[in-house]
Each structure stands twice: as C-alpha cells, then as structure tokens.
Design a protein around this ligand. Structure first.
Ligand code: P6P
Length: 330
C-alpha cells in the first residue's frame, strides 16, 4: 500500500507492539499529541488573521515574554494529554512546576515533557515553529507525590519522542525506538499521513547550522571546528543555514545531513537549549536515524538531569561531522 494511505494512527498500531508493555497505551498517548498539534497548527496557519498574534502580556518561567500562541499551545497539550488516564505527570517549558494529572490513579504511569511552541519568537515573522515532546515511564517506586522524579530521567530512558514542525507543511516526526517516521498533515483529511517512512540521516551533509553572531563567545574548540567546516577539511564545502527555530533547524539536518549546534556562550555558558524537552527529544531521534548528539563531552542521552528546565550545549547531526568534532574536542 502506498505510504500516503497510512495514517499515523495505523502506523502507531503497527508500532506499538514494540512499545514496552503497550496495550493501546502508546496510541492513546500519541493521539493526545496529534489532536493538540492539529489545533495548534490551525492557529499558527491563521495567526495573522486573528488576534492570536503578539504578546500575551505575561512572562513565563524562562523569563520570556509569552506569545499568545505559546499559551494556547500549552493549554491544548495539557488538556488533551490530561485526558489520557495513563498519564500521571506533564512538564512543560511554559510551567515552572510539573502538572500532576491523575491524582491517585494507580493506572497513571507515563510522564510527558514538552515544549508547546519552540521558536515562538518567530511567529510574528511567519517563520517555522515547532512542538517537541518526550515520553517517559514512571520510575519504579515513585508516586504522584514526587512528580519531579517522573521527569528527571536521562534521555536514554525515553520510550518515545518526537516533534511537529509547523512549516510550509505540518509534519509530525516520532520514534518509539524502532526508527524514525514522518507524517505530513493532509489539511483536506485532517489526518497525519505517512510521508517519510524509516528516516535515515545522511552520513554527511552540505550544511552547518549555528548562530554565528555569537562566534567570538564560543569556546575555542568550537571556533576551530567551524573553521574546519568552512575550510573544506571534511572533504567538501559547506553552506550555512540557520533559522533560529530548533525544530526547523533539526528537521533540515535530519533530512539533508550536516550539523546543528548551540555551543556554550558568555550569555548561556551551559548552552541555551533545554535538556528535557528540546535536546533529549532531538537527540533520541538523531540516534534512531543513525546520527549523533553530544553536549560537547558526552552523549546528550546520558546526561542525568538535576532540574526540569536545565540547559545544555548541543552538537547534533551526521556521523562525519560529529566524529570530526569528537576528534577535535579529544
Ligand atoms: P538564538 C528559539 O527561541 C530557541 O529556543 C530555539 O528554537 C532556537 O534554536 C534558539 O532558541 C535560537 O536562539 O540565540 O540563536 O536566537
């Protein structure tokens, strides 16, 4: 059957045999993501036509001025994921503390961590934005009275992760640990249709992606690395591509290969991107697609988180570029 006739629901049903202890759980969890992101994309597509643009007038836990779409996206995800009785804890970029969903329910044994609208500062200028998510199983012996412990787990414990990029089309990319698969939203059907089965990151790519405005504040090995990419030392010339929206920059890297990096800077010495709901999901997908994701020293997925909103440097991309970086850093 052509891939275009396989919906994400059908695909999930086939995949969930591989979802640990699944009994329809994964399809229920992911349907919460698909429902919420269809509503988000509807608002994103019409942002200029309604009063959804602009600032909400409040500041979030990150100290960032909340865009109205941020708030809408956060509410949509909390609502639809909160309807799933197997979900016990939700943690969002927009909320300082985790949200306990099913107080006292013995059936609740999943936590979902998400950034409802990554790159939201780009909304007003019509640049791609995205939603990222990470699904974790409740650690043995942890109760709903310890919600932080549900989410403070290394990325290697993710049982599923993915993102939705709201770009020229709306694409959901996810993995349950059995490869990476992409689904394009068909607006006429209102369904995510399989469009990118078994995605594999090219072993080397034509692009490097970094905010070069901060070059002088990168640690020296990062500056040396960028010089190597530009000098042809990796056997080919590179072009620079930087959207300033992590999901879009990673999506291009996944499809075309190359490297996306957000190094330590003077302003963000621990990097800018958040470990739990930005770096971990894309690191999980990168590795599942044959790529590599490190924080400059170790696998992103091996980092033991200490706080929900902690940041990390990230260098993620193809085998050739990441192996070269590893040799440089030593
Ligand atoms: P800078 C968007 O605000 C974001 O969190 C990521 O989506 C993106 O990769 C990064 O920040 C861009 O940061 O400092 O280059 O503007």
């Amino acid at each position: 059957m052509p891939t275009s006739f396989i919906t994400v629901q059908q695909h999930i049903l086939e995949e969930q045999r591989r979802f640990p202890g699944s009994s329809g759980e994964f399809s229920s969890l992911l349907s919460g993501i698909t429902m919420a992101t269809k509503m988000i994309q509807d608002k994103v597509r019409r942002a200029g036509l309604s009063d959804i643009l602009g600032e909400y007038g409040e500041t979030n836990v990150q100290g960032e001025r909340q865009q109205k779409l941020d708030v809408f996206a956060n509410h949509a995800l909390i609502h639809f994921l909160g309807l799933r009785e197997r979900v016990g804890v939700l943690a969002s970029e927009e909320n300082e503390q985790p949200v306990i969903v099913h107080q006292g329910s013995e059936d609740a044994n999943y936590a979902i961590v998400f950034d409802p609208l990554d790159g939201s500062s780009n909304i007003d200028v019509n640049v791609s934005v995205g939603t990222t998510f990470s699904i974790l199983r409740r650690p043995d012996g942890v109760t709903l009275h310890e919600p932080d412990q549900w989410v403070l787990q290394p990325g290697s414990k993710q049982i599923a992760a993915g993102y939705v990029v709201y770009g020229s089309s709306t694409i959901l990319v996810y993995s349950v640990g059995n490869g990476v698969h992409g689904f394009t939203l068909d607006p006429s059907l209102g369904a995510y249709m399989l469009s990118h089965p078994s995605m594999k990151m090219p072993k080397q790519g034509p692009y490097y992606s970094v905010n070069e405005a901060y070059r002088e504040s990168f640690p020296e090995p990062y500056r040396d690395y960028l010089d190597r990419l530009r000098s042809g030392a990796l056997g080919q010339p590179y072009a620079s591509r930087y959207i300033g929206s992590m999901v879009a920059d990673f999506h291009r890297t996944l499809l075309k290969g190359g490297v996306f990096l957000y190094p330590p800077t003077h302003e963000n010495p621990d990097g800018k991107l958040r470990l739990l709901y930005e770096a971990n999901p894309i690191a999980f997908l990168a590795e599942q697609a044959g790529g590599i994701a490190i924080d400059g020293k170790r696998r992103v997925l091996d980092i033991e988180p200490e706080s929900i909103h902690q940041r990390t440097p990230i260098i993620v991309g193809s085998q050739v570029e990441l192996t070269d970086f590893g040799r440089l850093i030593g």
